[in-house]
Design a protein around this ligand. Structure first.
Ligand SMILES: [Zn+2]
Length: 428
């Protein structure tokens, strides 16, 4: 009896001595994903256990350093990451009982790190955000639940008595954007974790207030307004993506389009009263510092996808004071699919094949944005495909699709870094 009690105490003592060692389990880095947005670059480390980490930056040369005590990493995971936004490359090395991960940067950047607990879809993660060009990396906001879908409000512009722009061959903007909106919604709804809400689903007019109300009521996380406007110069062509401007329009084109679109809402008989404008601007002030940055992130990936289909008008994402974007307290973009005033584009906009391509590009852009910014959400559905173009690199493709070089290699059974233009890759 006494002997048994002694051995029991011995076990307790032994456990107390060993317990701290048990708590310091090895943290294995299982995958590394990077995403380069306009305001910040994000690196996500998928880990086998909760990390004990430390992050700091060094100068001359500029580096961000992450120490993981009791960490392990296969250097091959980061070897393929080259010139991912401001990250020139990533190096790893042993340090005491753990590892040191060094991000070689092309300039001094603010760095911020946070950990994410596992959910039903993903394990432990360490997320490092690097702010760009004087921007501070975003403060992490509360993530929505892992199982709650990401809702995309798809707003087909115009409708009913407002045809929008009319092409030389008689094509109405309202019809084209509705068709593309429906195709876009079908594709979004085919991906588990994403959900589309059509703000307009028929040939009727929807006022500005009703458009934004519908998006809010649906609990939309993203608002995408689709247009295909006209310009007085019929040679002007290409896709463009706009976000709400804080400092006026970014170009004459942006100013003109904002004016036309804003007038359309008056033509439709529903306009924001002065009071509503004030309410709207308060909402904008409260939310835009946050949502404009997020909107720029979305706009960036959408423009990249549309750019792979054809021409992009102008040099990049443009900003203007679009009323439809003004009262939205969620990331919002306005996409000009093409110019209906250009005869070649009017023809293309009427082709079912081109409409499918546009819907696919919008879906892929949305998917990459969600994958990068809502790491708690596991996106299902068919794996995306990507056709390799001249000059593409694995790391650039991985970055654009918010995946890792390792995952791309595994999904496509690639041995090295060589990829041939024209080959179709599975995007995991
Ligand atoms: Zn329009």
């Amino acid at each position: 009896m006494i002997d048994r009690r002694v051995s029991f105490l011995a076990i307790i003592l032994l456990w107390m001595i060993l317990a701290p060692g048990v708590a310091l389990a090895t943290t294995v880095v299982e995958d590394v994903r990077t995403w380069d947005g306009p305001t910040h670059t994000r690196i996500v480390f998928d880990l086998s256990a909760s990390p004990d980490h430390r992050l700091f930056t060094l100068e001359e040369p500029d580096r961000a350093v992450i120490d993981l005590s009791a960490g392990r990493i296969d250097p091959a995971l980061v070897e393929g990451i080259r010139d991912a936004g401001p990250i020139r490359r990533i190096r790893t090395g042993r340090r005491d009982e753990g590892i040191r991960i060094v991000l070689d940067l092309d300039r001094a950047l603010e760095a911020r790190a946070f950990t994410m607990a596992p959910n039903e879809n993903r394990g432990h993660r360490l997320v490092v955000d690097l702010g760009k060009d004087g921007e501070k990396p975003p403060v992490r906001t509360a993530e929505r639940g892992g199982s709650e879908p990401f809702v995309v409000a798809i707003d087909a512009g115009h409708g009913g008595r407002d045809p929008g722009a009319v092409g030389a061959a008689g094509t109405h903007e309202k019809d084209i954007v509705l068709t593309v909106a429906r195709k876009f919604a079908d594709r979004i709804n085919a991906i588990s974790g994403l959900e589309a809400v059509l703000v307009r689903d028929g040939d009727y007019y929807v006022g500005l207030r009703d458009r934004t109300r519908k998006a809010r009521e649906a609990g939309a996380d993203l608002f995408v307004s689709l247009h295909a406007d006209a310009f007085h110069d019929r040679n002007v062509r290409g896709s463009s993506v706009f976000v709400l401007s804080r400092n006026g329009a970014s170009s004459e084109m942006a100013r003109m389009l904002a004016r036309t679109e804003n007038q359309a809402h008056h033509i439709g008989g529903v306009s924001l009263s002065d009071k509503d404008e004030q309410v709207a601007s308060v909402l904008v002030d409260l939310s835009r510092a946050h949502t404009v940055e997020e909107s720029l992130d979305v706009a960036d990936v959408l423009l990249a996808e549309l750019g792979s289909l054809g021409e992009v008008h102008g040099s990049g994402v443009e900003q203007a004071g679009f009323a439809v974007l003004k009262s939205l307290d969620m990331p919002s973009v306005l996409v000009e699919l093409a110019f209906i005033s250009n005869p070649a584009e009017e023809r293309r906009l009427n082709s079912a094949d081109y409409q499918d391509q546009l819907a696919r590009g919008l879906t892929q852009g949305t998917r990459s944005y969600v994958a990068a910014t809502r790491p708690t959400l596991a996106l299902g559905g068919e794996a995306d495909q990507y056709k390799v173009r001249q000059g593409d690199t694995l790391s650039a493709i991985a970055q654009r699709h918010a995946t890792s070089v390792g995952a791309l290699r595994r999904a496509n059974e690639l041995g090295g870094d060589t990829i041939v233009a024209g080959r179709t890759l599975r995007i995991p």
